[in-house]
Design a protein around this ligand. Sequence first.
Ligand code: GLA
Length: 638
Amino acid sequence: MPGLEDATRGRLLFGGDYNPEQWPPEVWAEDVRLMREAGVNLVTVGVFAWAALQPEPGRFTFGWLDTVLGLLDEGGIGVALATPTASPPPWLGHRHPDTLPQGPDGVRRLYGSRNQYCPSAPAYRRAARVVSDALAARYAHHPALRMWHIGNEYGTACHCDHCAQRFRGWLSRRYGDLDGLNAAWGTAVWSQRYGDWAEVLPPRRMQYVGNPLQDLDYQRFVSDVLLECFTAERDAVRAHNPAVPITTNFMDFYRHTDGWRWAAAEDFVSLDTYPDPNDPDAAMRAAMSKDVMRSLGGGRPWLLMEQSPGAASWRPVATPKRPGLNRLWSMQAVARGADGVLHFQWRASRQGAERAHGAMVPHAGHDSRVFREICALGRELAELSGMPGVPGVLGAGVPADVAIVLDWDAWRAVELDHQPHHGFRYVDRLTEYYAPLWRANVTCDFARADGPLGGYRLVLVPNLYQVSAAAAANLTAYVQAGGTLVMGPFSGVADPGERVFTGGWPGPWQDLLGVRVEEHWPLPDGERLDVASAELGDFAAATWAEWTEARGAQVVARIRGGTLDGRPAVLRHRYGTGTAWYVATLPEPEALRRLLDRVCADAAVRPVLPGLPPGVEAVRRGDRIFLLHHDDGRVELR
Ligand code: GLA
């Protein structure tokens, strides 16, 4: 199987999305000249070029792309060639209105924007295959081709009749027959029993709240049906040259597509990330997405496919990145395992929806701060690829002693309708645990709940509401064998069929944790819980509490006052040769920091470098330690 190393060929990749179809040919030669000046060695071409490549069914116009790829090749610039299927031309929707996606409200989304496709529509599937196949037939052996970029940011959910049909097939494979479906979906509730497959629908607009497993299964189906589109195009291009690696671009935490399943279908993982320069926590959040990408790829190098060199025009307030910030966040990607840094986009669009978006060559032109910074970054990345006598970072791994469990099913399920607290958001829970470790310069991987954990000193499960039998056994075995585990609240509540565990929670982990939860106790906004702890120091908690009872665990912190007075809030339990902690509430950040400090010390988890000033991030990659200063002003390191 090819990998990212087949595209990097000894150099960190540097460049961006290149949309030459928006420009007259005179500009192309200047583009290549400026790309060379900037040290660009890879551009992503063709992402939105379907109409330019196939102006009508059966007629292809490859001449312009021949010229562009030829110019790039002469300039020594590689190409990530995209199948253009994220944005079908108007002729497809006009001739085949059933290729246009339908919302849960039954309304079709028309062309005139992008992403207007139904992943189940046979006419879309056919057309996508035809254009991908034609592209690959022509360019699969082109000397500039370094990788295939399939589609773009998969994520369109459609609720039309084609999808209904495919959803029924998906359900019948999962549940066998209608009896199986009725049992799984609990259709005895509210008289929902289905007597004919034709009655079974995607979740559409309903009179009141829908069946939770119908909703969850549809989310699973959407991820799978989009993955079918990806794999069909992947296989179409691969057939022409199996040596070219294939990827598609993920977004920061995105619920629609199950990252574990998708990453397994790619040759390497890519990320599009747009942290908000106005968010004081942007660097932490960005680090977290990057660690997810490395983890999805099993620790192998990944590619930063898109970031903006300036502003992201879809933001309500599109403040550009201040001087130096693009360099800093690019280095953060390399430090956290990326073997390339690309941008959206090369040259700023003069027209169209993204005319206010940042670009490597901004509207001001090459005589600009942004382009000068791009050139400096290009030089620096070339140096990092490996100076003689100095080990490079290319291909090197990022060691981590801590894993945070990330699970798409649990994420989707905990955010279904009519959960006890509508503000309980999965990614917030992960972030609360990630943030203090990032600030302490403890590197974290993300891991599957049912995947290998033995190599980690510490496993964090900030929340795992829904849990499979395999995941339950896996985490138990991890602690049994000597691991340290911290589990957050509202975990172990339901199985993958969204059936609630009976007999107390966390269902399968009561023995492991030495605790039994009888009731979940969400708190209204503004209510503060007082928690007393000699070991951790007293602290406040909010949003969530539980009616807990210690069943063998040592109580580390107890609620003080109110209805839950005296109930354990933090517990620690020796199990096998390991230790399992249960945190039955959401402690204030400072308290969670103290708790994780304590746990890290016990589990012998150490920072990359101790004692760094606040705002300085340290990450080890291969033989190097990257030090990234995120705050203003100067710091001195001794
Ligand atoms: C996404 C898309 C790009 C572009 C950028 C703008 O990442 O993949 O085509 O629209 O957003 O931020």
